[in-house]
Design a protein around this ligand. Sequence first.
Ligand code: GSH
Length: 222
Amino acid sequence: MTSIGKLWTVSYQPTGRRIRAIVAFADLSVEIPDNFKFPGDNRSPEFTAKFLSGKIPAFEDNDGFCLFETTAIAEYVASLAPKSGLIGTSPKELAVIHQWVSFADAEIARFTGLIAQMLNGIVPYHKDIHAKLTENQIRSFDTLEKHLSNRTFLVSDKITLADITMVSVLSSALYFTLDATLRKKYPSIVQFYERVIDHPKIKDLNWTREYVEKAKEYVPKE
Ligand SMILES: N[C@@H](CCC(=O)N[C@@H](CS)C(=O)NCC(=O)O)C(=O)O
């Protein structure tokens, strides 16, 4: 397997898992530096000289080409293996892949992320905002369920970057928000998630496999 460079991430980072899944699906490999302390080293001058945002995931190839931002890294890695089918086979297919990548990030992951930040006390908790974010996310689940009700994968009959992106986002939702009641409403989403994460090339990537029973709620600190 060809090593394409280094990926700075941590084992529990969902966006890092997304990139690692793309690397694995494309039959490539990437080195994960193990002497990297996070949080901490991401703010060091050495790190920010390469990656201006000071955030992970961050990628450097074997020639010193550096990238930050998950979607940019994911698509670049997918483009290194065009035969994998990850970036489709035509400009139209790539546009539809972008549509679902954007939908996954902006219309599902954004809400899970904000809800998780409120529940974890990173941003102040507000009940009405929590309810509104939940409502917005449910609208997105409705759209996704409708689309998947008669399809195996999001874009074509093969796994693409869109599918791997979507399961990386659903993995967090299944941990925080997509609870047993919602899962009954969205059988196609759950079947799709399990179909993609069980692909032999990516099944060992520590996806969420035990789903939340009741959407996580705010517990005020004493
Ligand atoms: N938009 C970025 C977000 C990256 C991001 O927020 N990473 C967090 C960890 S999940 C980080 O590195 N935080 C460190 C910091 O803010 O200093 C992406 O999609 O890659």
